[in-house]
Design a protein around this ligand. Sequence first.
Ligand code: COA
Length: 373
Amino acid sequence: MSAIAITGSGVSVPDFTITNEELCVAFNQYVRLFNEENAAAIEAGDVTELRESTADFIENASGMKQRYVVNKSGIMDPKIMRPVIHQRPNTELCHQAELSVKACEQALAQAGRVGEDVDMVLLATSNMQRAYPAVAMEVQHALGARGFAYDMNVACSSGTFAIQAAADAVRAGSARCAIVVVPEIMSGHLNWRDRDSHFIFGDGCAAFIIERLEESNSENLWEIRGTRALTQYSHNIRNNGSYLGRCEPERRDEADKLFTQQGRKVFKDIVPLAANFIKDHMTSLDLSPETVSRYWLHQANANMNRLIARRVVGRDTTPQEAPTILDRYANTAGAGSMIAFHLHNEDMEKGASGVLCSFGAGYSIGSVILRRV
Ligand code: COA
């Protein structure tokens, strides 16, 4: 059976950043305004008084210090509290395609490829900018790629599930040079008025090129030794936003039409699930913690990642062994573990192995075991 490899990777982010401190200034202005405007109803017990958010809580509870966003001014305005993102004319690249093309161009350059070499574009993301045509097709067109393109969504596991699908397609011969691109504009579906979650997400995009090892043209080769995917239905992370929203306009703006989660429950459920999943996958390939030198974990919570890595390895891991990127990027959903890989692989020796793993809504878990060639 042909060996399949990641032959290039790329990352792009939008222009703006928001630190925890900046975020809390805006959020707390909103809280004070809300409480003032609703003072009588709060006094009467009809409305719950809102509480302020703190930068210390955010950093301690999640490890996040800042996030990239497509638009900052709207999020920072206590009367708006959402990114202001204008729809572009159909003749211009849409926002998701723009982020994608930047990351794909970097990944292609690293792989020693040009757009024309590509015959499959798999765009995987937690939220599609539009219903159709697939944003993947717009990216395919912009890159001058051939073949076929489609969109898919497995929330935070979009990236690993797409890597599996692309690797399978290349192995089966239905594609020769595939791009997996994960453009996450998470700021658009985050409830910036919700104290429990307003800090969680950031925007960012990652792209991988996937080819047969023997056909590759790259200096930076990572054999995909195995992929695994698992889903287990749960309501604990959910977004009921839908094209059917217009059919019930009176409920269209309810909070459940944006990201909602039971953060504590998710934390408790995912830690053992992800740790066992990674261990089983490693064992199936005769790998032990002694023979795996890197864990590019999903970037949702630094404390969660510390616990998962400890359960897998049997001791605390170093920042080099399980790198954190969420301090700078926050949770970029499906792109997170791919960004961690892109930024933290160059120091690894030929023959070294690593595990790229994502987990999130669904629940969904995906892992990809890589070896530097
Ligand atoms: N500022 C200050 N205090 C806050 C706060 C904020 N923004 N948000 C919550 N708190 C308070 C709560 O009110 C609570 O105080 P109380 O006990 O006095 O009521 C306390 O902090 C703890 O709240 P809790 O919600 O239990 O925090 P947590 O430690 O579970 O951290 C998350 C919250 C979301 C960071 C954490 O649960 C998490 O990351 N879970 C995993 C989520 C995940 O992986 N999701 C996948 C998404 S793709």
